[in-house]
Design a protein around this ligand. Structure first.
Ligand SMILES: *Cc1c(COP(=O)(O)O)cnc(C)c1O
Ligand code: SF4
Length: 358
């Protein structure tokens, strides 16, 4: 680490996981009366790399906003849900979500090195979350994948799949290797950004332990997250033969201006990460301070077209509440019915109210 970060060393040496550590590191004021209620409800996690990125002199720092608990999380609005994208409705066995015919999510772990304050699975992840799949549940999940020959792609998500030890991850990859109809393994991860030092040879060879084509969807939301260390971690992964794509969430106060969004997409492309999805924020509990309307999101995304390279264009996506899957926003799949009310069409052609009325 360079000298300019010396003053941050004490806070960046170890992860921040408790309310006391938030106060000790100056990220939260001790006298903040609502903080106990927030941290009692949702997990806290700030990795050393992220702690070092936070500008504690900026009360509106976009990195802090993503990871430091905020009293605004206590404000739950009626349209928010415990399971905003409907994972549970499409889970045939523990750890598997099978919403689209040709691909499944495999959720082996429900812990993360950071806890994003806008997380769409915030009720499932964390120390009090769904935990790690037992060996028996893992056997059942693999049996499900093996018995469903239409499954072409397995997406490892969570939680954070790269929190698995290289040994356990390597075992999962070898078991997938034995299933002929699975051709693609995709990892949904934030690790190259939030814990770049974890991306070492042991982890990479575990990820490559199957003969399947491997993709990584890297989650980052602000250009400052693509630090030199994060870019080097991406370079090690891409050089190993893994294809990288991006996922970001449009977030008020983090990346909801054209310059930041353009810089984020360019940072991905420079790091050999092809912009893939830009998500409209999900209706997770206590996250309304991060959301804005679909019109505002559309205007931001439309502003990227023409302004920056086609390589830098992500697809703007809404995950339809209730488990109906993803829809591209900006196509005729979205129709405005009333001020702030829409009908959105899912991949099967059915219409759904957004925000949902039930
Ligand atoms: C988001 C998601 C996927 C992946 O969707 P792509 O459009 O292929 O990126 C797969 N299954 C479930 C259940 C999902 O929520
Ligand atoms: S890393 Fe992903 S799963 Fe974990 S808290 Fe952030 S958004 Fe949620």
């Amino acid at each position: 680490m360079s000298g300019q970060h010396d003053q941050l060393k004490p806070i960046s040496a170890r992860p921040i996981r408790t309310p006391e550590e938030l106060v000790e590191t100056g990220l939260v004021r001790a006298e903040d009366p609502s903080m106990g209620a927030v941290t009692g409800r949702y997990a806290i996690g700030i990795s050393p790399a992220i702690a070092a990125l936070i500008d504690r002199n900026d009360p509106k720092d976009p990195i802090a906003r993503q990871f430091v608990p905020d009293a605004a999380e206590l404000n739950v609005v009626p349209e928010e849900r415990e399971d905003p994208i409907g994972d549970l409705a499409h889970s045939p066995v523990e750890g598997i979500v099978h919403r689209y015919p040709d691909r499944v999510l495999l959720k082996a772990v429900h812990v993360c090195p950071v806890y994003c304050r806008f997380c769409f699975r915030r009720e499932m992840v964390g120390p009090q979350g769904l935990g790690t799949l037992s060996p028996e549940a893992m056997d059942e999940a693999f049996a499900y994948i093996a018995n469903h020959t239409e499954i072409w792609e397995v997406i490892l998500t969570g939680g954070e799949p790269l929190m698995l030890s290289p040994r356990r991850l390597g075992e999962i990859m070898q078991r997938l290797d034995a299933i002929d109809h699975v051709k693609i393994v995709r990892f949904h991860t934030r690790v190259p950004v939030v814990e770049p030092e974890r991306v070492n040879e042991a982890l990479i060879s575990a990820m490559r332990a199957s003969g399947k084509t491997a993709y990584i969807a890297l989650h980052a939301n602000h250009p400052r997250e693509l630090t030199p260390a994060a870019r080097e971690a991406c370079a090690r992964l891409v050089d190993s033969g893994i294809v990288m794509i991006s996922q970001s969430v449009l977030l008020k106060g983090v990346n909801d201006d054209p310059d930041t969004l353009a810089a984020l997409m360019r940072s991905f492309v420079e790091a050999r990460v092809k912009p893939y999805y830009l998500h409209h924020p999900d209706l997770a509990h206590g996250t309304s301070h991060f959301r804005f309307s679909i019109e505002e999101g559309l205007a931001l995304v439309a502003g990227l077209r023409g302004r920056i390279s086609g390589l830098c264009q992500p697809t703007y996506i809404l995950d339809i509440p209730g488990g109906h899957g993803k829809v591209v926003i900006g196509s005729d799949a979205v129709q405005q019915e009333d001020a702030g009310c829409y009908t959105v069409r899912d991949f099967k052609g059915s219409g759904h109210a957004y925000p949902p009325s039930d």
